[in-house]
Design a protein around this ligand. Structure first.
Ligand code: HEM
Ligand code: HEM
Length: 227
């Protein structure tokens, strides 16, 4: 067993930025009443998710979906061994954790996308507020509020799993998400593919600029403003 690089820099940076963003998203609406910042950080979070989805196809070995997404058979047989402290350690995400990653990414995407269609009833409306009917806005509002509660439950489960692996299975997952290295006999990655990541970042910035600034319809003029 040797100490080898498993998590590339973009994946690690993505993870901790995502954690900061989710905390900030909660604080901006529930504590600080800073909706404008909630929007800005929300766009950034959506950009992070888009980056991670693309990185799942062109990133390094253990960041790829094809590496950690397995069929129900493997997930079930892994689940049966989960309480065995001796069971094999995976260099990347384990078969259950892999699907949890997808659940977290999709929930956060749902949260961000639904936010684009709603407003705070004062002055700040998401960029697609005027693009849809009131009924759709109401639905998006329900999704935005409900998805966050589901997301909180998923995050609690995620953190509980990390604590379980650390305490019970003695696998040091958190330091690995910080410095990227694990003691393993599976092959490590040779680089973080930073040039590919940079190209993706540029693409994501372009796509987000289009979605937030160019594509949305002009805000509807409120007739009351003139009286
Ligand atoms: C807002 C809260 C959080 C969210 C949304 C979140 C989300 C995620 C996601 C999406 C991944 C997959 C990483 C990837 O492959 O791109 C992940 C992995 C991971 N997270 Fe978190 N996370 C959160 C909080 C935390 C906290 C507080 C810790 C530390 C205590 C933590 C530790 C880890 C570890 C160790 C992994 C790697 C798991 C493995 O080895 O399979 N996360 N997290
Ligand atoms: C992507 C991550 C996001 C997270 C985690 C998040 C989270 C939240 C939470 C927790 C609330 C409070 C819900 C409640 O009171 O039950 C909220 C409200 C809201 N969010 Fe988000 N949000 C995100 C993205 C966005 C985006 C991208 C927009 C719009 C551009 C947006 C617009 C709003 C609005 C307008 C409200 C209502 C604020 C109010 O009623 O004062 N959110 N969000």
């Amino acid at each position: 067993m040797e100490k080898r690089l498993i998590w590339d820099i973009p994946t690690r940076l993505f993870h901790w930025l995502l954690v900061i963003c989710i905390v900030a998203q909660y604080l901006t609406v529930e504590v600080l009443d800073a909706t404008a910042w909630h929007f800005r950080i929300g766009y950034f979070t959506l950009g992070l998710i888009l980056f991670r989805l693309l990185w799942g196809f062109v990133g390094t070995t253990y960041a790829r979906f094809s590496q950690f997404l397995t069929g129900p058979g493997k997930v079930l047989s892994y689940a049966k061994t989960i309480t065995n402290p001796e069971s094999a350690e995976h260099a990347g995400h384990n078969p259950m954790g892999g699907w949890m990653v997808i659940a977290l990414l999709l929930l956060i995407a749902l949260q961000g996308i639904s936010g684009l269609f709603i407003g705070d009833d004062i002055i700040n409306n998401g960029p697609y507020y005027d693009a849809v009917s009131e009924a759709t806005r109401d639905t998006m509002n329900i999704i935005h509020h409900t998805a966050f509660n589901i997301l909180l439950a998923a995050i609690a489960l995620h953190i509980a799993a990390v604590v379980f692996y650390t305490r019970f299975k003695k696998q040091l997952l958190v330091p690995a998400m910080l410095h990227g290295k694990k003691t393993t006999n599976e092959p490590g990655i040779s680089s973080s593919r930073l040039l590919v990541a940079l190209v993706l970042v540029i693409l994501v910035i372009g796509a987000m600029y289009y979605v937030i600034e160019i594509a949305p319809p002009a805000p509807a003029v409120d007739a009351d403003m003139y009286y």
